[in-house]
Write a protein of this length. Structure first.
Length: 219
């Protein structure tokens, strides 16, 4: 079994990655590590009272919401090293989102009550997190502009380039089923399928099931 570094795990969360080691060691004392969730199980759901930040140590999960009629809207996908729920460490308002394991997952987490107790004793931690939140607000605005201003083909290519950058490889497996990916990108499954074919015919990508290969570089 691969050795699990608790400090390295917490460092994967954006809000903690720039902290000095001495503060990360304190965070380890208020976190839990490598809880197992089998494929298909819910890691988090609305009103579960957990108030946690999670880090995916292995596997994949999707974040989604349900409307009044039960229609699912995929809001994001989480893979190894991804984190979500940082805001739960600062507020007791439950987010009305589900997080479901799409593969067997090992999940690390930290709850709000324990974190708040630590935060009161470490002002350096509070300052570092405040600066990080400012950066995240800027990124969120950029992503909103990108989604609202791009056509279907450009939206898909932008997503694929982001995946290439994230994996460090020009050939990778999509972490979501194509139906869920279409939902995430704000497209119909038919539009996604059609645009993938167009991009493949143009020689920009190669599609083999869930595997995508970018043929044109990442500018």
């Amino acid at each position: 079994m691969v050795h699990h570094s608790e400090i390295a795990c917490l460092s994967k969360a954006t809000i903690f990655k720039n902290l000095p080691t001495k503060l990360k060691k304190k965070l380890v004392t208020v976190s839990s590590h490598q809880d197992f969730f089998p494929k298909g199980s819910l890691i988090r759901q609305p009103l579960d009272g957990k108030d946690v930040m999670i880090v995916i140590d292995s596997g994949h999960a999707k974040v989604y919401s349900l409307n009044e009629t039960g229609k699912e809207t995929v809001l994001g996908v989480l893979g190894k090293g991804d984190s979500t729920g940082q805001e739960n460490l600062f507020s007791n308002n439950n987010r009305e989102n589900f997080i479901q394991a799409t593969e067997d997952c090992l999940v690390c987490s930290m709850n709000r009550c324990d974190f708040q107790k630590l935060l009161r004793d470490t002002p350096d931690l509070a300052l570092s997190l405040l600066n990080d939140f400012g950066e995240r607000l800027i990124l969120a605005e950029e992503n909103t502009v990108r989604r609202n201003s791009m056509n279907a083909k450009d939206r898909i290519m932008d997503y694929l380039r982001a995946q290439e950058k994230r994996t460090g490889k020009d050939s990778f497996n999509l972490p979501l089923r194509k139906k869920d990916l279409a939902n995430f990108l704000g497209l119909t499954p038919e539009t996604l399928s059609r645009q993938l074919k167009v991009l493949q015919q143009a020689g920009q990508i190669t599609v083999a099931g869930q595997r995508i290969t970018n043929r044109v570089g990442g500018n």
